[in-house]
Design a protein around this ligand. Structure first.
Ligand SMILES: C[S@@+](CC[C@H](N)C(=O)[O-])C[C@H]1O[C@@H](n2cnc3c(N)ncnc32)[C@H](O)[C@@H]1O
Ligand code: SF4
Length: 382
């Protein structure tokens, strides 16, 4: 039996109505999905996992995707009911669901809340219709507003996802759009700079030189700084590189990832991590939805690879994740858990450049450094 006190559960719904040109998430378009089969697939995997853990308390559940708001509310409800019936659930559990703002999905919000969802994350991406078209989205700005309106009348904890650094977007346009988003006073904002990923339609256009109007490095830098400044001045704490919240509304599920907590990943392509007897394990589910489901029905867990992480891998993950958080990386924990310290010359150099600061026993990345996080991480780890 694996003894862990707390655990988070990530459930991956791998389907979408269409594939957005920028997206490299494990999401697929299918004509027919038998949702009851998927419910059984999730439950079977959850049972396999909980048979090896010694009754940990579930502290967060996250339905991510893909588009989990395509799930029928009764499927979400049955799944949560099973979890409540069979396992220990934390009293103040956070249960999030990612939703796309289409009219069909908005109608499900109340039933999701009745099923137990208490945090909704709406994939708005932009409030500008022509930009939503460029992003290949199926909704328009009015539908996004309607989703936020309905969502905030039902959920006390609502998050909005926006993508900036979009094609043909200038600084002033983004400032106005962000101010507008802020005026809606959702509890949480996830603000991502557009990343052009390989193996996406945008990636292929980019390679051919046909993805026009992307920001240059200087504009990207300004967009990032402005985003942080505007959010901060309106009470949205930048608690992670791309995540901002009003007081006490950080996403507990994601904070658990960044703090290298234990989490189960259930569903195609989902990752999981847990620590047992000083050793950290990582695993990955089979990526293809149908293969994952078939394997689940065979009675096995649908795991593709499971490894004991080397101390170095665990240490590097601890640093990479910890540097993303505004509260910074705990140097004392690093010393205690890994017996490691950073090179003093490197630290002094990064401090002199104004990229980091050390406050007590924590290393924090400053605003100027956040834009260069990859560089800073690399410097500290070499
Ligand atoms: C799992 S995804 C999608 C959730 C939901 N299906 C949707 O599209 O709204 C979570 C978020 O990642 C962000 N995202 C996805 N691909 C991105 C990319 N290439 N660049 C920047 N942000 C991206 C989007 O803001 C998206 O809402
Ligand atoms: S961005 Fe969201 S809706 Fe679009 S393909 Fe990816 S997961 Fe699906």
């Amino acid at each position: 039996m694996i003894d862990v006190d707390y655990i988070s559960i990530y459930l991956h719904w791998p389907f979408c109505e269409s594939k957005c040109p920028y997206c490299d998430f494990n999401s697929h378009v299918r004509k027919k999905i038998v949702q009851e089969d998927w419910l059984q697939g999730y439950l079977k995997n959850i049972r396999v996992w909980f048979s090896v853990f010694n009754n940990p308390k579930v502290k967060t559940i996250y339905f991510g995707g893909g588009t989990p708001s395509l799930m029928e509310p009764n499927i979400v409800s049955d799944l949560l009911e099973d979890l409540y019936k069979n396992y220990s659930i934390s009293k103040d559990i956070e249960i999030s669901l990612e939703a796309n703002p289409s009219s069909v999905e908005i109608k499900k919000f109340r039933d999701y809340a009745s099923a137990g969802i208490n945090r909704i994350s709406i994939g708005v991406q932009s409030f500008v219709d022509k930009d939503l078209k460029l992003l290949g989205r199926r909704h328009n700005a009015n539908e996004a507003l309607s989703a936020i309106d309905t969502g905030s009348s039902i959920f006390e904890n609502l998050s909005i996802d926006l993508i900036y650094g979009r094609q043909f977007q200038n600084l002033l346009d983004w400032e106005k759009e962000l101010q507008f988003a802020i005026s809606l006073r959702s509890q949480h904002l996830s603000l991502y700079q557009l990343t052009v990923e390989n193996n996406t339609a945008f990636g292929r256009l980019f390679d051919k030189g046909k993805l026009k109007g992307l920001p240059n490095d200087e504009l990207s830098r300004k967009l990032f700084i402005t985003t942080n400044d505007i959010c901060y001045s309106h009470g949205y704490k930048p608690y992670e590189i791309s995540n901002f919240s009003l007081d006490n509304h950080e996403c507990k599920h994601n904070v658990n990832y960044w703090k290298c907590g234990n989490f189960l990943g259930i569903g195609p392509g989902a990752h999981g991590r847990y620590q047992f007897n000083q050793e950290r394990f990582s695993y990955k589910n089979i990526k293809n939805p149908e293969s994952w489901l078939n394997k689940s029905f065979s009675g096995d867990s649908a795991i593709n690879v499971k490894t004991r992480m080397s101390d170095l891998d665990h240490f590097e993950e601890f640093v990479i994740m910890g540097l993303r958080l505004s509260e910074g990386l705990s140097l004392s924990k690093m010393q205690k858990n890994f017996g490691r310290t950073f090179d003093d010359n490197t630290l002094q150099q990064l401090i002199r450049l104004g990229f980091i600061e050390i406050v007590g026993t924590r290393l924090k990345v400053l605003q100027k450094g956040k834009i260069l996080l990859n560089y800073i991480t690399k410097e500290l780890l070499t």
